[in-house]
Design a protein around this ligand. Structure first.
Ligand code: DAH
Length: 347
């Protein structure tokens, strides 16, 4: 029996020494120490031994069991350490590799210009107001003195929602004049920026969706001089003291008298030509139309319950994209809507 136990020990030691996986270690544990294992089998035969031999063999068997357990434990921790080592190696982080840089976004150039314009007008005492893009034809046209049959009401120009042509995507921010005047009493001094929609083909200076900024000032003794003063101030603050602009007489149904204001084309500096070619930004005009304006029509004031004999007002509506084009020296309006990151990153 002694010989048998020694043999089991040698056998176990040899096999454990060359066992390279945790699974095979477990197999060997069962083979030697399990319930049906070899050491257990020897112990079961103890009953056959004499009273003198039994404690000696018992001690030896326990020693063999302990030796095998010890080696099993050593091999297991060695294998686990190896596995951990391999895992760490595989997952190693090379701290010398340059990291992924986090790039910061920024405000869209058009919104940068909008912020600038808002701040200029806030500095002149204007309040910023907001209104619906889905608008009633009544506010968008009728109450602005734009009668039935006026070309701007045509279905080829305006996005309508219904067959009666009574609900539409606002084609201008001017309905905000009505929305403000029907509730507020003078003095009124507001700025209403927002999206407007027209059935326009996109080109260098047109887009079916664009932004306007409406301004309205109503009080006693307001004159065309106040209008011009506000707009010249805006242009100088936006483009510098030597900003070039011009006012032209025009017609709008909701102002009388009316005018338009142009700024000098930033690309051709008013010459209409670039490298001997017609300037593509202003189509050779030398000027870019920025806004319509005028003195609020007495009919419009009256329709909102404001007495035109006592009060007068001026209004203007400017194109934000066109203003941004000049401010940021952008030559094609479509670039503003493309959202090409290479373009946006320049601002
Ligand atoms: N709403 C006009 C347009 O879209 C622009 C305009 C003209 C606005 C005269 C005004 C104004 O407030 O007084 O063409």
């Amino acid at each position: 029996m002694k010989e048998q136990l020694e043999q089991i020990r040698r056998n176990a030691m040899e096999k454990l020494a060359v066992s390279h996986t945790l699974a095979s270690l477990e197999e060997l544990r069962l083979q030697f120490l399990g319930k049906k294992g070899e050491v257990t089998a020897v112990l079961k035969q103890m009953g056959k031994l004499s009273a003198e031999e039994r404690p000696v063999m018992g001690q030896l068997a326990n020693q063999v069991r302990a030796d095998i357990e010890k080696l099993l434990e050593e091999r297991r921790s060695a294998l686990e350490a190896e596995a951990l080592e391999r895992k760490l190696e595989a997952e190693a982080v090379d701290v010398t590799i340059p990291g992924d840089s986090v790039s910061f976004g920024h405000q869209h150039p058009m919104n940068q210009v909008l912020e600038e314009i808002k701040n200029i007008f806030i500095g002149m005492g204007y309040q910023i107001v907001d209104g619906p893009e889905v608008e009633l034809a009544d506010y968008n046209f009728t109450r602005l003195n734009i009668e039935e049959g006026h070309p701007s009401r045509d279905r080829s120009d305006t996005f309508y929602f219904d067959d009666e042509d009574s609900i539409l995507l606002r084609t201008q921010t001017s309905p905000m004049q009505i929305r403000v005047m029907e509730h507020a009493k003078p003095p009124i001094c507001i700025l209403a920026p927002g999206r407007v929609y027209r059935k326009d083909e996109a080109d260098a200076t047109h887009s079916p969706m664009f932004h306007q900024i409406e301004g309205l000032v109503v009080d006693e003794h307001i004159t065309m001089g106040d209008l011009k003063g506000a707009l010249v101030m805006l242009m100088k603050r936006l483009y510098g003291e030597d900003a070039q602009m011009r006012f032209r007489p025009h017609h709008f149904p909701f102002t009388e008298p009316s005018c338009e204001m142009d700024m000098q084309c930033h690309k051709c500096h008013g010459t209409g030509q670039v490298d001997g070619q017609v300037c593509s930004t202003c189509h050779g005009e030398g000027w870019i139309e920025l806004l319509g304006a005028g003195m609020v029509h007495p009919k419009v004031l009256e329709g909102c319950g404001i007495d035109p004999a006592k009060y007068s007002g001026f209004a203007f509506g400017m194109g934000l994209e066109r203003t941004a084009m000049g401010r940021m020296r952008i030559n094609d309006l479509r670039l503003i809507f493309d959202n090409d990151i290479r373009f946006l990153n320049q601002f």
